[in-house]
Design a protein around this ligand. Structure first.
Ligand SMILES: NC(=O)c1ccc[n+]([C@@H]2O[C@H](COP(=O)([O-])OP(=O)(O)OC[C@H]3O[C@@H](n4cnc5c(N)ncnc54)[C@H](OP(=O)(O)O)[C@@H]3O)[C@@H](O)[C@H]2O)c1
Length: 338
């Protein structure tokens, strides 16, 4: 059996184009015991593949000459595996090809009935699970919350919004184009959709997410699929106690050099929790701090250092040294002898 295969020809710089891939037939190996011959019915194309072909994705890399990876829905044409019948439709990681010889144990049954099997690659597959985990595990959606999600017309974003809506949130999508926004509102039932290609994103977010806390913003939960300025605009509008899920970085996948600034990629990769801290919220810890820390300082277990300027007239110069980073220790002005 021959398989039509798409392989990476060269690593793209910028947006991948057909010239970066090759299309050729290849002979498949003969079936061994425990294996199946499958035909690929549906191939999932996902943004993570861009990371794989530049060698930057945590799931692995695809180098020039290699078959492109990908999740597929397959039908078994021939089986040498017990319990796996010809005609079985399942998901498998067959990659970008028309046929494959696979270990039967790697086939994953379609976990639902009465719907197109291709949904196992989308809203009932990896992207759907991504959305489900974000809404249910990370964002702690409460009734009345305003949730914003970027790439709202895609499988991840549209599911995030719809799942949050079921939990009682007011849901605002960000999407590029009138058609996408019309679908996001009309079919996916979002309350609003900001078309950042039609008008400035920040104006759209301000209109769709009225400020809830003076001095802060109107977004209680933000699910980011894009990064860059879209993430920045949403972060500028977070409400008190907002929750943020960093999921994807569409804005930078095609870049050869990561954009400057704190890169959310590291937070995503490390599954890190990032908290906002304001000391005023933690006054209840003061007595405990004094009780525990003062003895450590007295006993020499904790070191301390002051950078002392003498005389109030030295305060401006001392402040200048502090703000230039020239102080060494806690900057204190000794105004009078104690
Ligand atoms: N962390 C995880 O485990 C995980 C798992 C699955 C997916 N993801 C991420 O989730 C995000 C959405 O995935 P998806 O499969 O649902 O994709 P998708 O929404 O079908 O496609 C990506 C969308 O991103 C938007 N986008 C915004 N800025 C872009 C830019 N500069 N270049 C290209 N596209 C841009 C586009 O929609 P608009 O024009 O409407 O903005 C585009 O249609 C991706 O970032 C993906 O990497 C993460």
């Amino acid at each position: 059996m021959r398989s039509l295969q798409v392989r990476l020809k060269s690593t793209p710089s910028g947006v991948p184009m057909p010239e970066h891939f090759s299309l050729d037939h290849a002979d498949l190996p003969a079936l061994a015991s425990g294996q199946v011959l499958v035909e690929v019915l549906d191939l999932s194309l996902d943004p993570y593949m861009r990371g794989q072909i530049s060698g930057r994705h945590m799931s692995g890399r695809v180098d020039p000459g290699m078959l492109m990876n990908g999740e597929t829905v397959v039908r078994v044409l021939e089986s040498k595996a017990d319990g796996v019948a010809e005609g079985l439709v399942a998901t498998a990681r067959a990659g970008w090809q028309s046929h494959a010889v696979l270990d039967a144990a790697t086939l994953v049954p379609i976990g639902f009935a009465g719907l197109p099997p291709s949904l196992a690659l989308g809203v009932l597959g990896m992207p759907g699970l991504t959305a489900f985990a974000g809404v249910n595990r990370l964002l702690d959606i409460r009734p009345g919350d305003t949730l914003v999600v970027s790439a709202a017309a895609g499988p991840v974003g549209s599911m995030v919004g719809q799942l949050a809506k079921i939990k009682g949130a007011r849901v605002v999508g960000i999407a590029g184009g009138a058609d996408k926004c019309a679908w996001v509102i009309g079919s996916a039932g979002f309350d609003a959709c900001v078309d950042y290609k039609a008008a400035p994103l920040r104006d759209g977010l301000d209109a769709a997410c009225p400020v809830k806390t003076p001095g802060l913003g109107g977004i209680d939960a933000y699910f980011d699929n894009v990064g860059g300025d879209v993430l920045q605009a949403a972060m500028e509008r977070l409400n008190l106690g907002a929750r943020v899920a960093l999921c994807g970085l569409m804005e930078q996948y095609n870049a050869d050099v990561p954009p400057p600034g704190p890169n959310p990629a590291f937070t995503i990769k490390a599954r890190a929790h990032v908290h906002g801290l304001v000391v005023y919220d933690h006054e209840d810890l003061r007595a405990r701090m004094l009780r525990e820390v003062a003895p450590w300082i007295r006993g020499g277990a904790i070191a301390w250092k002051e950078d002392v300027a003498h005389g109030l007239e030295q305060a401006p110069a001392a402040f200048e040294r502090l703000m230039r980073g020239q102080n060494f220790g806690k900057m204190v002005v000794k105004v009078a002898a104690s």
